[in-house]
Design a protein around this ligand. Structure first.
Ligand code: PLP
Length: 449
């Protein structure tokens, strides 16, 4: 490996980093992470911190999950790759399909379609939703509905249903026929409504209105995150998702839950669908499916969708990836699922989630820079920062950077997304780890106040 000066010089210069500008990567070089242990990461200068980000919402089991590493190494030795396109398959992907269909059976899922990550899972869902309607003789159902502030990855379809202009504007025109409904975001919404239950009803009414305006027979699917993640951790009132499901069912619109973050225990339930007691038609999963150790995803398909494809001899899936069902990814996913269930991670996710959420609320009582705290469902917490509580003016980027930098110096990596400080640590972290995160972010807020 080259020395640290070489790596630092070429970090922003030769490598374009996602979700930032190449110029910014040169002016403010990203931290170079070189090591890890448990829930801790270490940078190139030897500074170790608790990873409050959990990689990128995906390292649920921490960095030292030996059974997963062993399973991957063994699979690399046995069969490092083979395609699952027409005519071939592999043993591990088949076994994984069995395990996943059992795991997501309470969510009404029956089949798995493998991808290389979250954006692929979303794209696959959108494509198969259109094909489903074509197979049923409703070729006019081509449009998609989604929530403002929702994040659905970066492919053209995913960006089109994305509800945040930051990920859209530079790439327009996007897919036509995508319409966005107000999110049940109590801190800021077009209705100025602060009661979560009333706001859920208003958003659902907006959904009904949009369906009536577009014509139900033109809409293929509604895609939504059970709890909005990258948009700033926005948990809806518990009545919201069941109402959305009911509307979709009544209008023949497929409901796709984008569970790239929420599946596999992060919310303190095994899936976002189960958290809210709904059964979608498809579930997009990725991230924690392999604990971040391998790029992999699974789009889960419900019975209703599976039957239409399986009962039609002409229903060829003209879609898929070289790495669909990759044996090393499948081996990692099988081992992750086993560990996830053995450790019953939802219990710790719920307990530590409450600790972080309550700790963040206590900080809000002390620091005016925190305008809103959201979470309360497992290990997804956001602290929205403002420069003025009365006007809710979002904090400027430089101050947010101070919060992040000082937090890091004090022992925790956190993610800043717009005005939000987001916490999505590994689900296996201890009470002491959570205390370290809270103490470190307090130092960050104190420095920025
Ligand atoms: N959908 C959701 C809800 C996500 O949070 C993400 C990534 O954060 C994606 C899709 C895209 O996943 P990936 O970055 O693996 O392509």
């Amino acid at each position: 490996m080259k020395d640290s000066n070489f790596l630092k010089e070429n970090n922003g210069r030769l490598m374009w980093h996602p979700m930032t500008s190449p110029k910014d990567s040169i002016d403010n070089p990203p931290k170079i992470i070189t090591g890890s242990k448990g829930v801790t990461i270490t940078d190139i200068d030897g500074h170790s911190v608790v990873d409050g980000v959990g990689g990128l919402w995906n390292v649920n089991l921490g960095y030292s999950c030996q059974p997963v590493k062993d399973a991957m190494a063994a699979q690399l030795d046995k069969l490092p790759y083979y395609s699952t396109f027409r005519g071939t398959s592999n043993d591990v992907a088949i076994e994984l399909s069995y395990e996943l269909s059992e795991f997501f059976e309470p969510d009404g899922m029956a089949r798995a379609f493998y991808t290389s990550g979250g954006s692929d899972s979303v794209e696959s869902a959108l494509r198969l939703a259109r094909q489903y309607h074509k197979l049923r003789g409703e070729a006019g159902r081509t449009k998609f509905l989604s929530l403002k502030k929702g994040y659905h990855g970066t492919h053209i379809g995913g960006a089109s249903v994305n509800g945040n202009a930051n990920f859209r504007t530079a790439y327009e025109p996007l897919l036509p026929g995508c319409y966005h409904i107000p999110a049940p975001y109590t801190y800021r919404n077009p209705f100025n409504e602060t009661d979560p239950e009333t706001l859920a009803q208003l958003c659902v009414q907006a959904l009904e209105d949009e369906i009536a305006f577009q014509g139900a027979g033109t809409i293929a699917a509604m895609i939504m995150e059970p709890i909005l993640g990258a948009g700033g951790v926005i948990p809806p009132h518990k009545s919201f998702a069941p109402m959305v499901q009911d509307i979709c069912n009544r209008h023949g619109i497929l409901l796709i839950t984008d569970e790239v973050i929420t599946a596999y225990g992060r919310t303190g339930a095994w899936s976002g669908a189960r958290l809210w007691g709904i059964q979608p038609d498809m579930m997009c999963t990725a991230k924690a499916i392999t604990n971040g150790y391998f790029p992999f995803g699974a789009l889960m398909l419900g019975h209703r969708v599976a039957e239409v494809f399986e009962n039609n001899p002409d229903a060829k899936i003209g879609h898929g990836y070289t790495y669909s069902g990759h044996p090393v990814g499948a081996a990692a996913a099988l081992a992750c699922l086993k560990e996830t269930k053995r450790l019953n991670v939802i219990e710790n996710a719920a307990a530590r989630g409450t600790q972080l959420f309550e700790g963040a609320q206590a900080l809000m009582a002390k620091y005016d820079i925190i305008g809103d705290v959201r979470g309360g469902h497992g290990l997804m917490t956001a602290l929205e920062m403002v420069s003025d509580r009365a006007t809710k003016k979002p904090i400027d980027a430089a101050t947010a950077q101070i919060v992040q930098d000082v937090t890091y110096e004090n022992g925790a990596m956190v993610r800043i997304s717009g005005p939000n400080l987001i916490l999505s640590p590994p689900l296996v972290m201890t009470q002491d780890d959570a205390t370290i995160i809270l103490t470190a972010i307090e130092a960050g807020f104190a420095a920025a106040t």
